[in-house]
Design a protein around this ligand. Structure first.
Ligand SMILES: Nc1ncnc2c1ncn2[C@@H]1O[C@H](COP(=O)(O)OP(=O)(O)O)[C@@H](O)[C@H]1O
Ligand SMILES: [Mg+2]
Length: 274
């Protein structure tokens, strides 16, 4: 028997009811899957619907329609069993300021019914891996923003999840810390973890992701390996220099060019709907 696919999302639609009485469709008819050892990127600007997708797959939000399974388990039929396979690093800081760094991880492990000694062993290993060893006994509030971010990713890994979900994990990290995190994600992928990475950084998606979905206004516009997507949409780009007749520039197109072509808007500056 083949192992079940870590994540399948089938025709997911999510509408929010607004206090004013109307509703907003944040995610429309979204389908994709993430296989073991695959890093899948959800690439889109603020307001595209990335976080909504994550909230639906962790079973926190009821879906309007569609189906989500984790390791073959329907998230809404059996949320507890499904969530055991999942490690999530949310977009906002969700660390518990009542706990010191080490205890934060050990306590989180108990949510997954991991024995205390095993939890402590994993916590030590993760702090080492994330370069936070020296801060084990410090209060969370004493950490810098970048350290908190790393701790939050470490916490998502304490249960050795089949699917690791990261919502804009590198926002606010300096380039060195970004590299540290990228390396860890690639180690996880090599070990067979499925990764869903939400980001609006094109370079990050291009570098890390086996496949990316371009999402705008709640809809997936295209899914493919970054290089294939670029080749398919952009080919080899030639730009005529208007100031110097006869001069033609060749530049290497990237995912941002694809995004512009698909949506007519710049990835970073797409305006949110009112
Ligand atoms: N709890 C909520 N209630 C109402 N609207 C929401 C809620 N959460 C998100 N939205 C709206 O849904 C859309 C998608 O938001 P979100 O999923 O946060 O996008 P992203 O993570 O890509 O920035 C936006 O228009 C946002 O304003
Ligand atoms: Mg978001």
């Amino acid at each position: 028997m083949t192992a079940p696919i870590p994540l399948t999302i089938t025709r997911l639609t999510k509408r929010y009811r607004l206090p004013s009485g109307g509703d907003i469709e944040a995610v429309s008819d979204v389908s994709f899957e993430v296989g073991a050892g695959e890093c899948f990127g959800l690439l889109g600007p603020n307001g595209a619907g990335k976080t909504t997708v994550i909230n639906c797959l962790s079973g926190l939000y009821p879906v309007t329609s569609g189906e989500v399974t984790l390791g073959g388990i329907d998230v809404h039929r059996d949320p507890k069993a499904a969530r055991r396979l999942l490690g999530v690093c949310a977009q906002e800081d969700t660390l518990d300021s009542d706990f010191r760094v080490f205890d934060q991880l050990v306590r989180y492990a108990t949510f997954f019914r991991i024995q205390v000694e095993e939890g402590r062993r994993r916590a030590r290993a993760l702090l080492e891996r994330f370069g936070l060893n020296g801060r084990a006994d410090d209060p969370v509030e004493s950490l810098s923003g970048g350290m908190k971010r790393r701790l939050q990713v470490a916490r998502a890994l304490i249960s050795a999840p089949k699917l690791l979900v990261l919502d804009e994990p590198t926002t606010g990290l300096d380039p060195e810390m970004r590299r540290v995190l990228w390396d860890i994600l690639m180690e996880e992928r090599a070990a067979g973890t499925a990764i869903l990475l939400c980001t609006h950084y094109m370079d990050e998606a291009e570098r890390l992701c086996d496949r990316v979905a371009i999402i705008a206004r709640g809809r997936i516009l295209d899914v493919d390996a970054p290089s294939r997507m670029i080749a398919r949409h952009m080919g080899t780009q030639e730009v005529v220099d208007e100031l110097r007749p006869g001069v033609v520039w060749r530049r290497a197109p990237n995912l941002e060019d694809v995004y512009l072509k698909l949506t007519g808007t710049h990835l970073r500056w797409e305006r949110q709907e009112a």
